[in-house]
Design a protein. Structure first.
Length: 379
């Protein structure tokens, strides 16, 4: 009998929350055989990542995952089969009616709050901690993704690294990918960069550095309104720089873009993790927070990577330093950064988030069965 898993995603920003949720749902369904139901409150954002999804339909199945539109009153007007396992993404608040139904189950479902990704030291101490509900006989467990062995790890599909290695060794596959996007094939000695960013004060200086540089730079920009003005400006006098806008990509195509580029500028959580698996140097723009706590997260990860030149670019790209000088220093040792990135990716790939979640579910479920009145019979 399949394990039934409900995943709840409230889309706070445009793509990060649903990006992680959709990858997790597919991996649990395809690699672990779960019956997964993904509840999403913003299907329009979801459809950008999954083109076959119809944002006008309340219930549908995509790639083996049941998709449900999470509306304000859906749990007040309809009855649903209970789940064995409930995952709330990023501290989203579950509906009261749903929580009450969870409390009536015997044993109650395993309930996990999958938190945001961080490399900070405190994460390990909070990972897997229980949090009893204030009024219901339910316990929520905090599960923290992370980069060290004492955290929940990172999302990584079973065969992804093998597919990436094969793709990067196959020039014809790469050229076919560029043609599928309507982009020119690579020229000799060209540096190809993907650029996915939030609004960024360092952007003009970086583009100017590329324009005036000695090496030809082709900058691929997935749909991003922050760059539209620069694209128009650089059409008349681009120098060594060519900016090419492309439509927003489905997740699988975005992975291929990261694999095919020499350097990747990424933003938020989902694209940061996917840049790890590309094995190419990447520059992360963290989502800025008004109280400045994002700087602690940024520096924690950059220090784990252990690449001083790359760290300077990270800091300057996020507003602390001279991006032009940092880029020149990084460019001079880009091959070293690539080797370090590959080694780091290999290191963190050993700690798989979906595997760890599945193991935690089994462990917690057995404890729940033992604590039921007829637990002996169920074991």
């Amino acid at each position: 009998m399949s394990i039934h898993c409900d995943i709840f995603c409230s889309v706070v920003d445009n793509f990060g929350d649903i990006g992680v949720s959709w990858r997790l749902a597919r991996q649990l369904a395809h690699e672990h055989g779960l019956a997964v139901r993904l509840w999403v409150d913003n299907l329009a954002s979801f459809a950008k990542l999954c083109p076959e999804l119809n944002a006008e339909i309340e219930q549908q199945t995509c790639r083996g995952v049941e998709i449900r539109h999470w509306t304000e009153n859906v749990f007040q007007t309809q009855t649903f089969t209970g789940a064995d396992w409930v995952i709330g993404m990023f501290a989203c608040k579950l509906p009261e009616n749903y929580l009450a139904a969870m409390a009536r189950q015997t044993p109650p479902p395993v309930w996990i709050n999958l938190e945001y990704l961080s490399a900070e030291n405190w994460v390990a101490g909070c990972h897997r901690l229980p949090s009893p509900h204030a009024t219901l006989p339910l316990t929520q467990y905090f599960f923290f993704p992370g980069f060290t062995a004492d955290t929940g790890g990172l999302l990584l599909e079973r065969d992804l690294l093998t597919r990436r290695v094969e793709f990067q060794a196959d020039l014809s596959a790469q050229q076919a990918f560029w043609r599928s996007l309507g982009l020119p094939e690579r020229a000799p000695d060209e540096l190809r960069i993907s650029l996915f960013c939030y609004q960024n004060a360092a952007l003009p200086a970086l583009l100017e550095t590329w324009r005036r540089g000695a090496q030809s730079v082709v900058c691929i920009v997935p749909d991003n309104h922050y760059l539209y003005d620069y694209i128009e400006e650089f059409k008349s006098d681009a120098g060594a720089l060519k900016i090419i806008p492309i439509p927003f990509l489905a997740q699988e195509d975005y992975d291929h873009l990261l694999w095919a580029c020499d350097v990747n500028f990424v933003r938020g959580e989902d694209s940061c993790v996917r840049a790890h698996w590309a094995g190419q140097p990447f520059i992360w723009q963290i989502y800025p927070q008004h109280d400045g706590v994002h700087w602690q997260k940024l520096r924690a990860l950059s220090q784990l990577l252990g690449d001083a030149a790359l760290e300077k670019v990270w800091l300057a790209w996020n507003g602390d330093g001279d991006i032009a000088a940092a880029w020149r220093d990084f460019s001079a040792q880009r091959a070293v950064s690539q080797a370090r990135t590959l080694a780091w990716a290999s290191h963190v790939s050993a700690n798989n988030l979906a595997l760890n979640l599945a193991a935690f579910y089994r462990e917690t479920r057995m404890l729940g069965l033992k604590n039921t009145p007829d637990g002996a019979a169920k074991n």
